[in-house]
Design a protein around this ligand. Structure first.
Ligand SMILES: Cc1ncc(C[n+]2csc(CCOP(=O)(O)OP(=O)(O)O)c2C)c(N)n1
Ligand SMILES: [Mg+2]
Length: 394
């Protein structure tokens, strides 16, 4: 696990800029914070739109750890997609292409920080130390998730688009009311959502509430360019991070395929929040390399050349190029990571196949904490229906 120097900043975000925001050497894009180019070149530091300077200072071991995380979460995700294709899962929402945004932000969380995910945050879940089998039970339909949100500081997956930003805002307001902000030990909250979710009322209401109550909350938007088939231009006419200004808090766009910049920007925003400086918005600019879910066919709405152009920005390839160039890792290291990834994915598959089917009547168990007469009636009816098959040739 990477515990390196947080994104070191040269000044607080509310002060006047020391220097004008600079374009990074490689992209020439003043709107994108980048510390690792697609070719694997390190950029010493990069400036956000408010003049904040971002940099990281990882040890070699920590750099290798980040690479390992990226490879492992991609491999486990590919295994889950394969399991769905073989009929072992009902559905899967792949994170392919978004590994750096998730590992960078996930590793930037401190142990006391609370995360509110969507249905795609398998990489963040991994970084929180949750067994990667957990979301597979959910997508296999044999349980409701399985992990304890309080133990791992990682809430349940939320499929209702944007709803978790409201939960996160309320939770973050509670953190502040409980006096748990201020100082390095303060708590911060992070809410994950997509580009499409920014059009939801829930997300915009969360922005208002978090802002006016100065909630210790980081809004982490993975802009993967699509909401199912709807491209980004159907959601916004301005870069998403700039929306934050209208709500009264800072916004920054980071290269979401750059694990180092994703880490630096998230660590900085979380630390501001935990110190009582309120919310911020991070737009992690990335690309959904696969289908929206296994129920989707992206060839119907996007062209192959677009996907290929993003392949050249692959988050794992650039990290590997960097580690090789800097002689931080060699071929034997990469082979060892691949072997670990293979072993973990085989283990995942075996455990999924061994998952017991739940008793059908347990369907009614967690609808209400104390049940209800109507639920009792439905349970009984369903029980009678199930019993009607007993002894039949069915
Ligand atoms: C309130 C609500 N409306 C519609 C849907 C159907 N739906 C599921 S995923 C999705 C697109 C979400 O896109 P985005 O926010 O960009 O996240 P991504 O899937 O790209 O990670 C929609 C519309 C839903 N789950 N919830
Ligand atoms: Mg999206």
């Amino acid at each position: 696990m990477a515990k390196g120097d947080p994104g070191v900043t040269t000044r607080g975000r509310r002060a006047a800029p020391r220097s004008k925001p600079k374009a990074t050497a490689s992209t020439g894009d003043p709107e994108l914070v980048q510390l690792l180019t697609p070719e694997g070149e390190r950029i010493e530091s990069a400036f956000g739109p408010d003049g904040t300077e971002y940099r990281v200072g990882f040890t070699d071991e920590e750099y290798r750890g980040l690479y390992r995380d990226l490879v492992l979460v991609r491999k486990l995700d590919a295994e889950a997609t394969a399991l769905q294709r073989q009929g072992e899962l009902g559905l899967w929402a792949s994170l392919l292409g978004q590994e750096a945004a998730q590992v960078g932000s996930g590793r930037a969380l401190r142990p006391q920080d609370m995360a509110f995910p969507t249905y795609r945050e398998h990489g963040v879940l991994y970084c929180r130390g949750i067994d990667p089998i957990m979301p597979l039970g959910l997508f296999r339909g044999v349980d409701q998730g399985g992990w304890d949100p309080n133990e791992f500081k990682f809430n349940m997956y939320t499929i209702v688009i944007g709803a978790q930003t409201l939960h996160a805002t309320g939770y973050a307001m509670g953190v502040a009311m409980d006096g748990k902000t201020g100082g390095d030990e303060g708590e911060a909250v992070i809410a994950y959502f997509g580009d499409g979710a920014t059009s939801q009322g829930d997300v915009n209401e969360s922005f208002v509430w978090a802002s006016v109550f100065n909630a210790p909350l980081v809004f982490f938007c993975q802009n993967n360019q699509y909401a199912i088939s709807q491209p980004l231009e159907r959601q916004t006419r301005v870069p998403l991070y700039r929306r934050a200004g209208g709500f009264g808090f800072p916004g920054v766009r980071v290269d979401g395929n750059d694990v180092l910049a994703s880490y630096a920007v998230t660590r900085h925003a979380l630390d501001n929040a935990r110190h009582g400086q309120g919310p911020s918005l991070i737009e992690a600019y990335t690309y959904r390399m696969g289908a929206h879910t296994t129920s989707d066919d992206p060839t119907r709405y996007r062209i192959a050349s677009e996907v290929e152009s993003w392949q050249a920005k692959d988050p794992i390839a650039r990290m590997r190029a960097f580690l090789t160039k800097q002689q931080i890792a060699d071929e034997s290291f990469f082979a060892e990571v691949d072997a670990q990834a293979r072993a973990e994915s085989v283990d995942l598959r075996e455990r999924v196949l061994a998952m017991p089917d739940p008793e059908p009547l347990t369907l009614f168990d967690h609808v209400y904490p104390n049940g209800s007469p109507e639920l009792d009636r439905q349970r009984e009816q369903f029980g009678t229906y199930l019993a009607s098959f007993e002894g039949s040739a069915h």
